[in-house]
Design a protein around this ligand. Structure first.
Ligand code: FHF
Ligand code: ZN
Length: 184
């Protein structure tokens, strides 16, 4: 089980290292890690667990953030009431995306980043992603927009060693992004 102390911070240069493609068929070890990432995110969203174990509530995590340089991510987006949107993906890649950008109105944060970096983080508004889906045990193609698209891009950036603040306009962090969709 992954814990708060397993999270690699951006003070460690290894978060800037690129992640490798995962060999398929999936090994037991890689599958277990993928499921552990989802589990970590789920647990971080439980107020009792997050307080007791000092977990920062998160919606996603990439393997590199626990020191494994493989293209594996876990995402749990809490929507209304019970229905969460869960992604447990291996080797996800964007095969096409909208011309339009989007950004989170309040900016982004990261489990690997302690300090606040304010500013808009431009993302593609809509993406088509190909990946191996660990929960369905098959190669899939998915379309995402809105918040899910932003989280997926944040996680896939981790595979390239890119952090959200790299994408903030340095001169003017709150510079309006032309024709972008604003996500609340
Ligand atoms: C988070 N937390 O999940 C942030 C961090 C936009 O690579 O967004 O670094 F817990 C992954 C509902 C809404 C419930 C928001 C992608 C952000 C990814 C994790 N929390 C939330 C929630 C949150 C990062 N990360 C501040 C921890
Ligand atoms: Zn992050």
């Amino acid at each position: 089980r992954l814990e708060a102390k397993d999270i690699v911070k951006d003070t460690d240069p290894s978060v800037r290292q690129k992640s490798e493609k995962v060999q398929l068929p999936l090994s037991d070890e890689d599958r277990e890690l993928a499921l552990a990432l989802v589990e970590y995110v789920k647990r971080s969203q439980d107020p009792e667990i997050s307080e007791k174990e000092g977990l920062r509530p998160a919606v996603g995590i990439a393997a590199v953030q626990v020191g494994v340089h493989k293209r594996i991510l876990g995402i749990v987006i809490p929507y209304e009431e019970d229905e969460d949107e869960v992604f447990c993906l291996v080797n996800p890649r964007i095969v096409s995306h909208s011309v339009q950008d989007s950004y989170l109105k309040g900016g982004e944060g990261c489990l690997s980043v302690e300090e606040v970096h304010e500013g808009y983080v431009p993302r593609h508004a809509r993406i088509k992603v190909r990946a191996y889906d660990v929960l369905q045990d098959q190669e899939i193609e998915l379309r995402a927009s809105g918040y899910a698209a932003i989280v997926l891009q944040h996680e896939m950036d981790h595979f390239e060693g890119v952090l959200f603040y790299d994408r903030i306009n340095q001169e003017n962090p709150w510079q309006e992004i032309e024709d972008a969709e604003v996500i609340e």
